[in-house]
Design a protein around this ligand. Structure first.
Ligand SMILES: [Zn+2]
Length: 339
C-alpha cells in the first residue's frame, strides 16, 4: 500500500501534517507527536505503508498509532493498494493519477486504459484541431482519425505542434506523425465509426454538416475558428440538447441576414489562429471529448466557449434548443452514447 501518485506531504506545525494540497482530497492529521509528524513527513509515494510500523520499531513511535494514521489516509482514499499492473507511462499516467484521487473507486488507471478502445475523428487540422488530436492521443485515446488535406501554412506554426519545417506539407500527414511522436501505439485508421467527431471549421460551421451528424446519431463537438476568436462547443449528443443548426436558427432570429452571410463565410477560406487562442481551445476541446469518453461531467448541453486575444479567458454562453430545429425529437435509438 502506497500514497497515491502526485500527493505532497507537508508539515503544517510541529504536531500537524497535511497530505495533498487540493481541497477536493487533502487531509490534515493534527495532534501528532513530533516523532509521528517526522515519520509522516518522510513518507512519499514510494513508501510501502504496510511496513512503516515495522520500520519504526525501536523508535519513539507507537506502531498501533502509526497503523491508525495509515488507516486515516486510506479512509480518505489517499492510498492505493490495488494489484500492481503494467504501469501507465507518460501523460496518460498523469491523468490516471488525478482520476484516482477523484473517483470513488480510486481506479484512475482503469478509466484511462479504457480510452485505448475509443476512436475519435478530428476533421480540420489547423492548430486547434491538431492540438485536440494530439491531446487525445497523449491522454490514451487509441484511435485518432484525422482529416485535412490542406497544407500546413507558416501561420499554423506555433505551440500546438506545427513547426517551420512542416510548412507546405499536408496537414493530416504531419498530424499523423506528431500523434505517433506523443503516442507511439496510436492507430490512425479504424473499421468502426468514431465515438466522437470533432469538427474544426473556419469562419462558420458548415450548415450541412451538423444535421447529417445529428441524423446519424453521431456525437460531435463543434469548433469554429472565426475572424477574431474561436468558439469551442456545443458538444452535441444528438437528441439531448441544442445542435449546431439550433445555434444558426437563433442567430438568424437575431439577424435576418445571417443565412446570407453564412453562405459567404462558408467559402473555403482558412482563418488564422493565434497561438495562445489555439492552445486554450485545444485544451477545452480535448477535455470535452475526454469527459464524454470517460462518462465524466463535461460541457453542459448548449454551452459554448469563446476565446480571443488578448486575455484568452473563455467566455461561456449557453444556447437553448431552437423550437424550429426538431433535433431533440429523434428516436431514442439514435441518441448517441459511448458504447
Ligand atoms: Zn437543433
Amino acid at each position: 500500500m502506497r500514497l497515491r501518485a502526485g500527493l505532497r506531504v507537508l508539515r503544517r506545525t510541529a504536531t500537524e501534517v497535511q497530505v495533498g494540497t487540493d481541497p477536493r482530497w487533502a487531509v490534515r492529521l493534527p495532534d501528532l507527536a513530533p516523532a509521528e509528524a517526522d515519520l509522516l513527513q518522510a513518507v512519499d509515494t514510494r513508501t510501502d505503508l504496510t511496513r512503516v510500523a515495522d520500520l519504526m520499531a525501536g523508535r519513539d513511535v507507537d506502531p498501533d498509532r502509526v497503523r491508525a494514521l495509515v488507516d486515516a489516509l486510506t479512509d480518505a482514499r489517499l492510498t492505493t493498494g490495488g494489484p500492481q499492473r503494467a504501469v501507465l507511462r507518460g501523460p496518460a499516467a498523469v491523468d490516471a493519477a488525478v482520476w484516482s484521487l477523484l473517483r470513488a473507486d480510486g481506479d484512475g488507471d482503469r478509466l484511462v486504459r479504457a480510452r485505448a478502445d475509443r476512436a475519435v475523428a478530428v476533421l480540420g487540422l489547423g492548430p486547434t484541431g491538431l492540438g485536440i488530436a494530439v491531446g487525445l492521443a497523449a491522454a490514451g485515446v487509441g484511435t485518432l482519425l484525422v482529416d485535412d488535406e490542406r497544407p500546413v501554412r507558416s501561420t499554423d506554426v506555433g505551440p500546438c505542434g506545427y513547426r517551420w519545417a512542416d510548412a507546405g506539407s499536408v496537414r493530416e500527414h504531419v498530424t499523423a506523425r506528431l500523434l505517433r511522436d506523443v503516442a507511439p501505439h496510436v492507430s490512425t485508421s479504424s473499421d468502426r465509426p468514431p465515438d466522437v467527431v470533432v469538427l474544426v471549421e473556419d469562419d462558420v460551421a458548415d450548415p450541412g454538416r451538423g444535421p447529417v451528424l445529428v441524423a446519424g446519431g453521431i456525437v460531435h463537438l463543434g469548433v469554429v475558428v472565426r475572424e477574431a476568436d474561436t468558439v469551442v462547443g456545443p458538444f452535441v449528443v444528438p437528441g439531448t440538447g441544442p445542435c449546431l443548426r439550433c445555434l444558426d436558427l437563433h442567430r438568424a432570429d437575431a439577424d435576418p441576414s445571417w443565412p446570407t452571410m453564412v453562405a459567404q463565410l462558408h467559402d473555403g477560406g482558412i482563418a488564422d489562429e493565434p497561438g495562445p487562442v489555439a492552445a486554450v481551445c485545444a485544451g477545452l476541446g480535448t477535455a470535452a471529448v475526454l469527459a464524454h469518453l470517460d462518462r465524466a461531467p463535461g460541457l453542459l448541453p448548449g454551452a459554448t466557449f469563446e476565446v480571443s486575444l488578448p486575455d484568452v479567458v473563455p467566455r461561456r454562453r449557453t444556447w437553448a434548443v431552437h423550437p424550429e430545429c426538431g433535433c431533440t425529437a429523434l428516436p431514442a435509438s439514435l441518441v448517441g452514447a459511448p458504447g
